[in-house]
Design a protein around this ligand. Structure first.
Ligand code: ATP
Ligand code: MG
Length: 506
């Protein structure tokens, strides 16, 4: 094209624009296979733009922008698209309708209801991709998000706005940890989003039933892209989920979002990318899978008041193979999050459930969000458990141990028992503090390890029945008054029940 022609074209284009002429941009489907369409003639299409194909306006998402064609993925039924169909730009990044009525519902990533509830309202549209809040819009994490799981709230505490990875092999209780955290948000002024990616539908429906039973669906939305769904939906699911979370954050609310799990999300993205003929990288994942996950997790934030307030706490889940955290996706997500909770098959099979490895799990920012009493009682717990782990291994070789080693082992054993917890039974933080305090002060030392759970249950019941005010004080502060009163209450209780429990020196 000569320079003159080019200038003339540009002028024409500018006149068109200034006259507000809407140049309807449409192209032609060049090829279609496996839900992937190649379209020619849509030169100025944007990345992640929604395109409508054919007379029935089947939506597709533009992913590959090449010089002479674009690659898009059909979000509906790909078999209805054929070569030669027209493809029209919508000039909008893919958007989904979100409003208050999504609470309590099960939806797919395009916000179609999957449960048998009424149709969702015609809510305002929100783009599924949005820039994460910048540094200036953020505020430090200093408010706790109580999961109700003792091992987590005490040792790897999570703060509102944090991103904490839950990682472990299959069937180690990853989903259960996340669900317990959701259950514990009842009456906590928190909205929850559970994004199920690539799981069996029947399994997710069972989870929904469980949430309903506990009254947790009232504040929760489940976004479901099942194992048998189009991989495009699996790819979109977490972005749709976080858009829902942002809707509530924009109303100055706190939100907890669970991505279950990002391994399956990465696999879906790899499938799409290979079909789009993108060059495969490590483990055949596309080079930008790191970017896909980081731009997702960056959207979790605690925003300051000036920026609108609210927070999104993210619990991404990643599945490992044989405990190997050096795989591509695990290392990526570990590096994007603020800490990780490691679940181990060995512990799970030993009956230590939740199977959290308290030695390797960390939370880098949550400590500053812990309530004061919990912070104080968790300190000795950490120390006792660390010493226990160290001695446990070499105590197997020695038969006669000195008194202090025996004491450390006995304490550690009971602490480990105390951190065991059944699924779907979150414990309020004040009761967690009380039982850990009892252990710190040695009340459990003469209780048989097998009786620790029963002792703890009775103690909780006793405190709830007789010391309600004390428990709410403990949740607020930790001065000498609270400490003394709690110690007295525990020792009163101990006097009442101690004969019931078999004395043990093991
Ligand atoms: P998958 O890899 O299949 O997604 P997962 O790691 O998410 O598995 P879960 O589905 O949460 O694991 O749990 C596996 C099994 O262990 C379930 O049957 C669950 O009921 C049981 N389980 C998990 N946590 C506990 C617990 N604290 N106490 C008792 N049982 C538990
Ligand atoms: Mg699971």
């Amino acid at each position: 094209m000569s320079t003159q022609n080019f200038v003339q074209n540009l002028k024409n284009h500018l006149t068109d624009l200034s006259q507000g002429v809407d140049v309807k941009e449409s192209g032609i489907v060049h090829s279609v296979r496996d839900n992937i369409v190649e379209i020619i003639g849509l030169d100025s299409c944007m990345s992640s733009e929604m395109i409508l194909i054919g007379d029935s306006e089947i939506p597709a998402l533009a992913l590959n922008l090449e010089r002479d064609r674009i690659g898009a993925i059909v979000l509906g039924d790909g078999t209805q698209v054929s070569e030669g169909d027209t493809a029209v730009r919508t000039k909008e990044v893919l958007s989904i309708p979100i409003g208050d009525d999504v609470l309590g519902r099960v939806v797919n990533p395009l916000m179609h209801a999957l449960d048998d509830g009424p149709a969702l309202k015609k809510n305002p549209m929100r783009p599924i991709e949005r820039l994460a809040p910048g540094v200036m819009a953020r505020q430090g994490v200093d408010e706790p998000l109580q999961t109700g799981i003792k091992a987590i709230d005490a040792l790897v505490p999570i703060g509102r706005g944090q991103r904490e990875l839950i990682i472990g092999d299959r069937q180690t209780g990853k989903t259960t940890v996340a669900l317990d955290a959701i259950l514990n948000q009842k009456d906590q002024n928190m909205k929850c989003v559970y994004v199920a990616i690539g799981q069996k539908k029947s399994k997710v429906m069972r989870i929904v039933e469980e949430l309903k039973k506990a009254g947790a669906m009232e504040y929760t939305t489940v976004v479901l892209a099942g194992a048998s769904d189009n991989p495009a939906l699996l790819y979109l699911a977490p972005y749709a989920g976080v858009s829902i979370a942002e809707y509530f954050m924009d109303k100055e609310e706190d939100v907890l979002i669970v991505y279950d799990d990002l391994s399956k999300h990465a696999a879906a993205y790899r499938e799409i990318s290979l079909l789009l003929r993108r060059p495969p990288g490590r483990e055949a994942y596309p080079g930008d899978v790191f970017y896909a996950h980081s731009r997702l997790l960056e959207r979790a934030a605690r925003r300051n008041k000036e920026a609108g307030g609210g927070s999104i706490t993210a619990l991404p889940i990643v599945e490992t193979q044989a405990g190997d955290v050096s795989g591509y996706i695990p290392t990526n997500v570990i590096s994007i999050t603020d800490g990780q909770i490691f679940l181990e098959t060995g512990l799970f099979n030993k009956g230590i459930r939740p199977a959290i490895n308290v030695g390797t799990s960390v939370s880098r920012v949550g400590g500053s969000a812990q309530i004061k009493s919990m912070k104080k009682v968790a300190g000795p717990l950490k120390l006792d458990l660390a010493q226990y782990r160290e001695m446990e291994s070499f105590a197997q070789f020695g038969s006669d141990l000195d008194a202090s080693t025996r004491k450390t082992l006995a304490r550690g054993k009971r602490m480990t028992q105390l951190l065991k917890q059944n699924q779907f039974s979150p414990v309020p933080v004040a009761l967690q503090v009380a039982s850990l305090y009892a252990a710190n002060k040695g009340f459990l030392d003469d209780i048989d390890p097998d009786d620790v759970s029963r002792y703890e249950a009775l103690l909780s019941e006793y405190l709830e029945n007789n010391h309600e005010d004390l428990l709410s004080d403990v949740a607020k502060g930790w001065g000498d008054d609270e400490k003394d009163a709690l110690k007295k209450a525990i020792s009163d209780f101990h006097e009442i029940v101690k004969d019931e429990f078999t004395q043990s020196t093991a």
